[in-house]
Every structure is written in C-alpha cells, then in structure tokens.
Write a protein that binds this ligand. Sequence first.
Ligand SMILES: [Zn+2]
Length: 287
Amino acid sequence: MSSGSFASVGLGSKRHRALPIPGASATMKAFTPDSSIASDVIPSPNFGDRNDSRAPDMILLHYTGMPDVEGAIARLCTAGTEVSAHYVVLEDGRIVQCVPEAKRAWHAGVAYWAGEEDINSCSIGVEVVNRGHDWGYPEFPLRQIAAVIALCRGIMLRRKVPSHRVLGHSDVAPSRKMDPGEKFPWHSLANSGVGHWVQPTAIVRGQPLKLGTVGDDVLKLQQGLARYGYGVPVSGTYDGTTMQVVTAFQRHFRPLRVDGIADHSTLTTLQALLANLSPGANVAAAG
Ligand SMILES: [Zn+2]
C-alpha cells in the first residue's frame, strides 16, 4: 500500500475492491488490530473511554442497514456522525477494525441488558455488512458468517465473553432496532460455539398470550424474559413494550415466525433457554 492512509495487514487485496477511506481517517493514526484475522484497519474518530474502565464482556452484533458497503464504512469512520463499531465484516469475509477493543465505540445507543444501560461500555460492536430490512434484506453469505464466527470466537476467548452475552442489537434495543434480524443464522454461530441458542420448539395450535392479555401467565413470561436479560416491564399486562420484546426474542431465538405473539413455541423456547443457562450465568436485575 503506497497511500499510507490505512494499514493493510495480512490478506492481499488484489482480487478485492479497495476499501473506501473517509477523509478524516487519512489523518488518523492507524493501530494494530486486536484480532489477528482483521485484514484492514480504517480508524474511526468516533469513540471514547469505557466508563469506569469497564472490561467488555459482551459482543453486540449489528447489520449495517445501508445500500452499499462504502457508505456504511464512511458513516462509521467520519467525525460528526457519532456512530462507530469496533469491527465491520464484509460480505466477502474481510474484517475491518475501526476502533481498538479497549475503547468505547458508539453502536448501541439507548439500550438495556441484564441491569446495564451503558451497553457501549460493556460490549464490543460488530457490524455485519447487510443492506437490512429497508433495502431488501438479503441472506448473509456463508463466507461472511464464517468470518463473523472466527472473529467472535477470538473475542470470546480473549475477553472471556460468555455465550449468553453474544447478542443482537434488537435484543438490547427492542423498541428501536431490528438488526441483525431474523435471517441472521444464530444457530450456525451456536453450532460453532458462538452464542447461546437452543433448537426452538415446534409451532402448534393453542391459546397464545398477546397484546392486551392480563394475568399470571403474562407475569411469568415477563419474569422469564427479564431473567434472561431483556428490558421488559414485569407487570402482568401484555403491553406494547412486552410485544416489542417478544418480537426481539423471536427474531433471535424463534425466527420462523416473528409476530410479537407469545405462542406455546415462544414460551417453551424461552423456558428451554433459561433451563440451559449455566448456573450463576444470570445476572439480570428484576424489571
Ligand atoms: Zn445496530
């Protein structure tokens, strides 16, 4: 590389398109990637220190949700956008690091998980390049998923991230976010040791809990979701927030039907997940 505007380590890029370098990054100092499989560093100015020197113990997965990769990387690496992520995983499997893992990247926004609201301080943010629901939502290529798995395995090992803290943006911000969405192959990640997942139980006929339902069964559902980590009111009333949280739960754990209705399959899949947590894994503050 003669331009010197970003560090290219490892993978030769002859058969790849060159990556876009936003103007601001050209003047920023490149750093050594934390992950040995990151092929490029494109430094972003959008980061700060982790509050209370919080050691990250969560991986938060996103999709970029933009029509092209150049625009997505430019947004994450340009001063003033106030967004960033530690890593971007391209569709061809290349991995770009934008923020050092030790620093606090700005990817979660207003969020909550298991008693914490400052998700940026406790997590490592990984943007998976995908146009998202607004732009046709294509399948994630296997080559890209293999790269996500390898990246996450490394982070989990180096940072001691437990399986149940590999999450999607929609899990921690269910009222605002849909990413990485129901096409993201969480089962494939889990088969490779990344993330907590159980085979969802079959969808059968029955009386579901849904918007407006009140009672002990709703209370139990909310308690279960809260115990897993979701930010949900424990009120016994199936309100709009509960519906959004159930929708987020389904996107991640029961993607065959994402409708915000707690049917038998949704309830039993949640129970199976909770039963399958390693003892002492949680964590969640009530409510
Ligand atoms: Zn996101």
